[in-house]
Design a protein. Structure first.
Length: 216
């Protein structure tokens, strides 16, 4: 079974796609984007589909595989990010996690550069549509040849080589660029943020100060 077949089967099961629905690039993007922002048990594309969840890495490993099956080659990108969340718009529980590391949120973020017939385009499916109300960078539209907005501001950027394990590449960048304390804070921040978003989906958020959550 292809990844497209598996995605369609799971989307139909979840009433997100009619049984006779076709999956084109825009549909694939929207389905992956709107998966809850929560780590799957592993980041293999089939696991992300079956568990219907993912963060920036798992979602873009999957989307790259789906686009390949749709005839759209893509480069997986990795970029370091360093952000200082605003205490005025970020929940105190999240700020407390970052306090020991000077209020810095660090990560290696994944997104895609798709080589479309109309030209290369940046694609970022990190944040589900429903997180837009919390201030997340959500890409509502997918149009071939049009760049989307990257979820975070990159510091340094790499094309992930095709012949390496993308997760090993990401883990190596994390270890090279950030301290163990920063990485521990990162993991806890992502876990608390994602669990809060999932727990409050469709409700008034207890995680944000706007409602109360904001991106790093």
């Amino acid at each position: 079974m292809t990844h497209l077949d598996l995605l369609k089967s799971e989307a139909v099961k979840r009433n997100l796609l009619p049984t006779d629905g076709a999956i084109d690039p825009a549909t694939a993007f929207a389905l992956v984007r709107d998966m809850p922002y929560l780590r799957a048990s592993d980041r293999r594309p089939e696991t992300v589909i079956r568990e219907w969840r993912g963060t920036c890495s798992g979602k873009h490993y999957l989307l790259k595989a789906l686009f390949a099956e749709l005839g759209l080659p893509a480069d997986l990108m990795a970029c370091t990010i360093i952000a200082h969340p605003d205490p005025a718009t970020t929940h105190p529980a999240l700020m407390a996690i970052l306090e020991p590391v000077g209020g810095r949120f660090v990560d290696v973020h994944n997104y895609l550069v798709v080589h479309a017939p109309a030209g290369d385009m940046i694609v970022d499916a990190t944040w589900p549509l429903e997180t837009e109300r919390y201030g997340m960078v959500v890409n509502r539209q997918f149009r071939l040849g049009e760049n989307q907005q990257i979820a975070y501001t990159p510091s340094e950027t790499w094309v992930v080589p095709e012949d390496v394990d993308p997760q090993a590449f990401k883990d190596a960048l994390l270890a090279e660029h950030f301290t163990p304390a920063e990485l521990a804070a990162r993991d806890q921040f992502i876990r608390v943020l994602s669990e809060g978003l999932v727990a409050t989906a469709g409700n008034e958020s207890v995680m944000s100060k706007r409602s109360e959550t904001s991106p790093p």
